[in-house]
Design a protein around this ligand. Sequence first.
Ligand code: NAP
Length: 419
Amino acid sequence: MTHVAVVGAGPSGIFATAALTERADVRVDVFDRNPTPFGLVRYGVAPDHLKIKSVVRTLHKTMSHPAVTFRGNVALGQDLTLDDLQREYAAVLLATGAPCARRLGVPGEELPGHVSASMLVDWYNSRPAARKADCAERVVVIGAGNVALDIARVLLRGGRGLAHTDVTDMVLQALNRNPVRDVRVLVRGGAADTKFTPAELTELDKLPDLDIVVDPGELMLTDDDRSRCETDRTVAARVETFRRWSTRSRTGARRSLAFRFRQAPEALTGASRVESVLLRGGERVPADLVVSAIGYRGDPLDGVPFDDRLGHIPHVRGRIGPGLYTTGWAKRGPSGVIGTNKACAIETVAGLLADLPVDSRTPDIDTVLAANAARVVTWPGWLAIDQAEISLGRQTGRTRTKIDDLDRLVEIGSEGGRT
Ligand code: NAP
């Protein structure tokens, strides 16, 4: 048996694990800094996107494979080093994602009341130790990707609209206490340049008591936009949705969602916290909360090369160097949908398996973890957490309620792992 270490138990790490377990002579140890598996599916995908979250069933099956061992609550660089992994395993595959926010790079960015998408998403997805967000009546979201749409939709749904999901009661109560009434999405390019996918846009039509506002004057298409609409159905569908919204009159709904095009932020302004976004043309858009949803970057890891300009690990078809590989957003940056990571993992694993030496040593990584006093959560430990969250949800008629207290998760996970 040859042992491979995978760092990151999100979809990309687990898709890679699935590809590795197709070889009967390979065993895979999967590490994650969270005590829980599934990474972005648990803490990134919006809580109301239950269909996307159902990929968990496939991921669960891979992690239950007899050749796979999960060690959660183990952080690379803290509980073990890359050297430890490279010493103990025949190959190491990094699937650590792109967890860092990109900077807006405008004055006022540091003002309270401005948060990155990752901070807000961590909060509403009940990630342990996430900073609590102050919800507010008027929200500006900067960015034109699906994360910006997730944020607008989740905030506009409010606590009542999320009551069937797995978020904590604290999140539901915070959203109910300070209901969001007015969301403006600022797009620096035109409607044709946006990265919104058509299905995510039309999903907004289903939100109750909401006026979606688009100024026809801002929808002007350039010649290039028009020819892209002719050759690219996705671009055409996006533009058509905005055109449809631009012809609507306001209904007097309690809440509104406005898309503003060709509106680049020049500064965030306010005395002691954000009060408005100053646009390049001089207009001030009032806001109590500003969220920048402008993409993510990888987190540089000790001993691993990092392309600071692109924000991910440099590689050739997933190979970083001898015995060291990468997949998912750590490899190619934050792009694509969850399924995109499957083909990405298959490419990396093909190269890894072609290079893999026969190595019959059994890794002694638990000695390293014990020496560092790591409180490891194993797969049975996760199953205990899973049951605890399902039971908690049942108390309020939900399928699950997440536990967001890290110590509690580790406590349940460690006890569950012993039984
Ligand atoms: P994204 O799709 O790359 O969108 C980022 C947006 O931010 C772009 O529109 C970009 O505009 C804009 N931007 C960048 N810098 C800016 C600045 N300084 N000022 C103003 N705007 C700026 O990233 P994302 O929304 O974070 O999504 C990441 C990935 O996850 C994507 O592949 C997305 O499709 C996926 N995702 C999918 C779903 C789903 O399927 N439901 C949900 C969430 C996320 P420019 O184009 O002008 O650079």
